[in-house]
Every structure is written in C-alpha cells, then in structure tokens.
Design a binder for this molecule. Structure first.
Ligand code: ADP
Ligand code: MG
Length: 677
C-alpha cells in the first residue's frame, strides 16, 4: 500500500536518515520533515568563487576549476593522510590542491570533474590547502551553517535538508492567500523556504525572510481574531456593578483621577459587565496610578457580590497595597485583608476560612494566595500587579480558584501602544499615558563618580530640607571580591561618616523578610533618611517624601529597570532627582545614560531598551505573555506587523477578497493552533 506523503512525516522517511541521526535531530527539536525544512542556518559562509589574481597569501577563498590529474591519497604516520591533485582554474593557471586527513574525499572526485574548493591560499607553493569540497549546486555563493549538536555534521544536515526538498516539495502549502502574495510580491512559500537554506544570492535570502516574517505575523493576527471570538464565547462571571454606587466611592478619593485613569476604569468596567471573562492588560508608566484603577474596579466586583484578589510580587508591596486600600476605603466600610506566608498560623487559618466562607471580600497578597489551601467562595475578579514577575502557571493557578474569573494584569514596563494593539488586539489593552497632575518630570543627572562636590552638596541640601534619599547599589556577582552585604555595609559606613547627623538604613536580599519590613517601615516613617539598598526597592515602593535617588554603577542596569527605579522619586508635588553614577565602557552603555537623561517617557524608554536588548530581555519573554515569533522581530518589523494586522481585518470584514478555498485553508491551519491569551 502506498501511503500519501505528508509534510509532518517523521524525518526517518528521508533516504539516508536512520534512527541514530533522527535521534540527534530530535535533540535539536526536529522531528518531522517540516521541522527539518524550518531548521534554518544561523549564518552563511560566503563561498563566492574568487579570481586567483585578486587573492592574497593565506586568504580563505573558494576557487572553481577542473581536476586535471587523478586525485592521489598518500598515508603517512599512521592515520594521517594527504589527498592531492592538480587543478586548472583556466587555460593557463594550474594550481595544486591538498586536503589533509580527509582521504574519503577521493571517492567523490574524478579526473575532469569541475568542482569548487574552499580553503586557504598558499602563495609561495601556488597551492590551496583544502578545507571543504564544494560540489556547487550550480553557482551558489553561500554555504549554510546550521545550529547542530554533537555527532551531527553540517554535511549530514545539508544532505537531509536537500533530500527533504527533493521528496516533499509538493507537500509545502502556501497558507497565504494569492491576493496578498501578489500585492506584496512575496515569494511563494516553497521557494521562500528553499531560499532560506540555499539562496541564489543575498537578495533572494532577504526576500525569503520577508515572506516568512509577513506570513508569521499574518497567521498570528488571524489566530488572534479566532482566539478572541473563542474567548468571547466562553462563559464569564458578569460583574453587574452599580454605576452610581461606584461613583460615590470615587468621590471619596481625595484627588481627581487623571483622564487616563478614568478611561482605564471605563474600559475595565465595560469588560467586567460583558458575559465573557475579561483578560486585559493595564499598562502605564511608573507613578501613573495603576493601583488605584485596580482598587476601584475591584470595588465594582465587591459591590456586585463577588470576591476579588490582588496578587503582588513581594510582601513589602502587598502590605503597602493593603495599607493604601484601607486608608482610602476603610472609612466607607471597605476593607482589604493581607495574605502572605509570613502570617502567624492562627491568623492565616482565620483568613483561609474567611476567604472560603466569603467573609473576606478583598484580599491582597503574594504567591501564598496561590497555594492549594486557599479557596474562595465566589471569586469574580483578580488583579496581578507587576505581571512580568509571575509565571503563566501561577496566574492560571489563581484564575482556577473561581469560574470564568475576570483578569487584569498590570505592568510598568509599557510597550508602545501601537505595538501593544498589534500584539494583543484592540480591546485588550488599557494604557495610562500621563502621570497625575502637578508631578514634575524627574531630573536625571549622569555623573562619572559618586565622590563629587555636586552630588554631596545636593545630598546635604535634600537632607536639610527634611527629605529622604534612596541610594541604590547593583547586585554583586560572585567574581567580585565582595559580598552583597559587605558592599551595602561599606556604602552605609561611608555615608554615615559623610553625613553624621542622619540615619542611614539598609535593605538587601540577604536580610530576612522581617528585617526588610522593619527597614522599609523605618524609611517610610522618616526614621532613616538615606536608604542604601540593592534593587529590592525596584518594584512599586511608595514613599513620597523621598525626593532623590542615587544609582551606583548605573551602567549595570537595563534602561527599563533604571526608569522603574527612578520612578520611586517624584511621587508628589516635589521635584525629584535621580543621579546616575556610571562609567560606561561601551557605546551602548553611553547611549543608555544619554537616553535616561534626555527623556522621562516610559514608553520611549522601554522601546529604546527593546531595541538595545531585545523585547525578550526587557519583558522576560516567557512570562510576559508576549508571543514568541520564530523569524520576526516585533520591534524591528513593527511596520510589517501592522500591515499584516490591517490585512487580516480587511479580509475578516470582507471574506470575498480571497478564494473560499483559501479561507478554509487558513481556518483549518489556525484551528490546529489556537492561542489562548
Ligand atoms: P503605579 O502606576 O506606578 O503603580 P501608583 O499606583 O503606585 O503608581 O501611584 C503612585 C502614587 O500616586 C500613589 O501614591 C497614589 O496614591 C498617587 N495617585 C494615584 N492617582 C493619583 C491622582 N489621580 N492624583 C494624584 N495622585 C495620585
Ligand atoms: Mg505599582
């Protein structure tokens, strides 16, 4: 019986690929013929054939010619061998070719054959020391070099991939509608795939990449639409809140909400009312007041009879949130309870019971909330603060504590709105652009050394005005001759000597939670005036009286991180200052300092950071909910992403733009891999 060839056939279907090789391919994540065809070279060796007269001694080149004497192998010294023959490059130029220790090549060579030899030119011997034999597929210039694993040679990979294209070419299906291929003059998919491995020239390789990038974005956008439809069919908890009651709550807040906060609240409330479970991202620069937006929408859930939970990444933050929730809303009879692992056993048990019976309506806590022992009576809405600090599984675990639970994630590392929209889709992102009124932009100053006249007098002035200072140190790595604690203590001591009339507190990762808490409280209550800290304070800490921050070795921090850090100052009407102490050694490092001193806009900064470090490093790709793309780069290829999004929208609105068979094919392809955001 002849079975039909399928793209998804295992690689062992290919001639020459046995169980051993297939196991090695497996180590590279390659199981099917399709996987193999998508195993792209990570670079190309330029094997452009060169003219002998332009070559310099010892240069590595490819020469093309004809074998004019029978190849001979000489063995010497046991296993060592030399293969040599004479090689005519043209009518008049004959050179010597020598391959050491590759006797098996002789079998592939014969008199009169035209081949390429890649190797090192030896001027005085008029010989080329062969490194690689090139039986040129026509005249290709580029030799692919693949990621591989021990035991699997480049030649074996290339051979298998060639075989794959030979046997399975007709199985490669172009999922993109013809209309799009035509209007953007994209290569057809089989050609593009082939050219990713064996391009005719650099330009064709580029065209191939263009096709793959567009296609990847297009499929992603199509999938997004499908998942959204799917999500909206799911049964969610409807938060039927009372608008007037909520308005009354908002009126008790001692300041006016910013337009961005109001809009975010509206968008979230709209989603909460809808019959599907909300999944929304709230992004806003540090200090833009996201927490309050979360609180108010949580109250909407409570007022309509549901329980609500806020998950924070650290105990310090959880406590701070509880404190500020109760400060705002306890006067009107709404109370948040803290849930962290450090609670005394009895109290913890009481709270577990309170949550289970539904007595506790608002809970704010850390990872402890995710534990199995914690159950809710009727959880309707959860908020996750600093969402990049949590894994997908942790978020899911909390969601699973109710049914059709609405879900808001918050982040202070915003991505540009246009990009966010392309990635998450129109209805899933709320953005707070501005900070509350009256906030002055933080003034950022870059200095080379901490012991500077300017900095010292500014510190003195700040302290004498009764304001406080964060002094941030980078994490120490093991190679340095100092521990984290030693470093913190040394700086504390130095500052204590310089400013003897003030209290210098410390906060670092080696302190236990109680000690950290005490240090934080002392700073909050202005009992310590300078807080020397490692990046512990990065997230969300709110001490409005701190107006100045000094960041040591600022070149060690990423841009987004620096911006988050300095967001700890300038939290009220007072002017905030941030001193970056840095001696960057690289161009990039200098650039980072310049960006920091020139802009206060978190969106600009995160975009710059993504350009410098890649989106994955900035957001923590696996955690961020940002999709992973194989070929496309969301930042660099933004424009293509937007084009693809517009195309998908156009086609969804007017399906007759494409053939119905094409529509079916797309739908089928997508349904195999619906993503649930
Ligand atoms: P983030 O978005 O970084 O989480 P927060 O929610 O911590 O910001 O808010 C920063 C500070 O601004 C808090 O002290 C908060 O009470 C205050 N705040 C929030 N909204 C406003 C507003 N509309 N007007 C004035 N202050 C506000
Ligand atoms: Mg916050």
């Amino acid at each position: 019986m002849v079975t039909e060839k399928k793209w998804t056939d295992p690689v062992t279907q290919l001639k020459g690929v046995g169980p051993k090789q297939s196991q090695l391919f497996g180590q590279l994540g390659i199981f099917s013929v399709r996987d193999l065809m998508h195993h792209f070279p990570f670079r190309f060796e330029d094997i452009g054939v060169r003219d002998i007269h332009t070559i310099m001694d010892n240069e590595t080149v490819t020469l093309k010619g004809k074998i004019v004497t029978p190849p001979v192998v000489n063995y010497f010294g046991g296993k060592k061998s030399r293969l040599s023959f004479r090689f005519a490059l043209d009518e008049t130029t004959i050179i010597q070719v020598t391959f050491f220790n590759q006797p098996y090549l002789a079998k592939q060579l014969e008199l009169g054959q035209i081949i390429g030899v890649y190797g090192k030119w030896q001027e005085n011997r008029q010989a080329i020391l062969g490194m690689k034999l090139i039986r040129t597929h026509q005249d290709a210039r580029f030799n692919p070099v693949y990621p591989t694993t021990k035991g699997l040679s480049q030649t074996q990979i290339i051979k298998a991939i060639r075989q794959a294209f030979e046997d399975y070419l007709e199985c490669i299906e172009d999922a993109l509608p013809t209309m799009l291929n035509d209007s953007y003059q994209l290569l057809d998919y089989p050609t593009a795939l082939y050219a990713m491995h064996f391009p005719q020239d650099a330009q064709q390789h580029q065209q191939a990449e263009r096709k793959l990038i567009y296609q990847e974005f297009f499929m992603y956008q199509w999938r997004l639409v499908v998942s959204r439809q799917y999500a909206q069919e799911k049964q969610g908890t409807r938060i039927l809140y009372d608008v007037d009651a909520l308005r009354e709550v908002i009126e008790t807040i001692p300041f006016e909400l910013t337009p961005g906060q109001k809009q975010a609240i509206n968008e979230i409330c709209y989603d909460l009312l809808a019959p599907y479970p909300m999944q929304r991202l709230l992004q806003g620069d540090v200090g833009s007041g996201k927490t309050l937006v979360a609180f108010i929408t949580m109250i909407a859930a409570v007022q309509s009879g549901y329980q609500t939970a806020l998950l924070a990444p650290t105990e310090i933050l959880a406590k701070q949130h509880v404190q500020s929730f109760n400060q705002f809303f306890e006067p009107i009879g709404l109370r948040a309870e803290l849930f962290i692992s450090a609670l005394p056993a009895k109290e913890k048990q009481e709270k577990i019971e309170g949550l289970e019976k539904g007595r506790i309506r608002v809970v704010i806590g850390t990872h402890a909330l995710i534990q199995e022992t914690v159950n809710f009576n009727n959880l309707g809405y959860i908020v996750i603060d600093e969402q990049h600090r949590f894994g997908v599984n942790q978020r899911q675990a909390l969601l699973d504590k109710g049914e059709g639970v609405n879900y808001l994630q918050m982040t202070a590392t915003p991505i540009p709105r246009s990009l966010a929209l392309s990635i998450y889709g129109e209805m899933m992102v709320s953005t707070i652009k501005e900070r509350p009124q009256g906030r002055l932009p933080i003034e950022t100053i870059w200095l080379e050394a901490a012991q500077s006249e300017r900095l010292e007098s500014h510190i003195k002035e700040t302290l004498s005005q009764g304001h406080q200072i964060y002094y941030v140190l980078p994490l120490i790595d093991e190679s340095e001759h100092m521990t984290e604690i030693e470093n913190v203590l040394a700086v504390q001591e130095r500052l204590q000597v310089t400013y003897p009339n003030y209290q210098i507190g410390i906060l670092h990762g080696q302190m236990n939670k109680d000690e950290q808490e005490i240090a934080m409280q002392a700073f909050k209550s202005n009992d310590t005036h300078i807080l020397v800290a490692t990046t512990m304070i990065e997230v969300g800490v709110d001490v409005p009286n701190a107006t100045m921050m000094v960041i040591q070795s600022a070149e060690r921090f990423g841009l987004a991180q620096l911006h988050q850090l300095r967001g700890r100052v300038g939290r009220n009407q007072l002017q905030g200052y941030c001193y970056l102490i840095a001696q960057p050694k690289t161009e990039q490092g200098i650039q980072r300092m310049e960006i920091m001193t020139s802009t206060n806009d978190g969106f600009v900064i995160s975009e710059e950071d993504m350009k410098l470090r890649g989106i994955g490093d900035v957001l923590g790709l696996n955690q961020s909910g940002i999709p992973h793309f194989n070929y496309a780069n969301i930042i660099e290829d933004q424009t293509i992403l937007q084009v693809a999004q517009a195309d998908v929208q156009r086609i969804i609105e007017q399906p007759t733009l494409i053939e119905s068979a094409e529509w079916d094919r797309l739908t089928e392809r997508i349904q195999q891999t619906v993503v649930h955001i």
